[in-house]
Design a protein around this ligand. Sequence first.
Ligand code: HEM
Length: 141
Amino acid sequence: EPPVADPAVKPHYPTLPVITQNEHLYETFGGKEGLTALMDDAMNRWLANPRTRPFFANADQARIKDLLVKQFCVIMHGPCTYDGRTMAEAHRGMNVSEGSFYALVEELQVAMNKRHIPFNAQNRLIAALAPMHRDIINNTK
Ligand code: HEM
């Protein structure tokens, strides 16, 4: 089958937004220190937002923040290991709605803006997180 380069001929299939090492996202986010501060702020916002508060109010917030830092660090090719559960395991039976999912992402965006994370870098992270919605929203698997 010959290669078809013309986008008018070849349909634009969605590609996975995989973050590469040469993007240096981990450094852009301020390393472990920056990610830890980001998660502290984000968790406070999730606890203040009525769409996300019910999920986090009685959860082990310190543990979740620690695992989020590790997860984001791994996604950004930082020197970390993620030792939490899969997203499907962690959010199964939680009844997270689409609205709650986007509320969580929006509060994360506010927290990133507060830390002056460049918009392009923010979007790279959000793009990497977005496919997780399948395992999180209304997950009864
Ligand atoms: C892309 C979005 C999300 C990411 C990357 C994410 C990531 C994580 C991670 C890494 C954990 C820890 C895993 C573990 O407990 O072993 C976790 C747990 C948790 N997440 Fe999410 N999450 C997302 C969306 C949400 C949403 C939308 C909600 C609710 C509004 C939510 C509520 C929770 C709760 C309550 C826990 C703790 C579960 C427990 O302790 O049993 N998450 N999440």
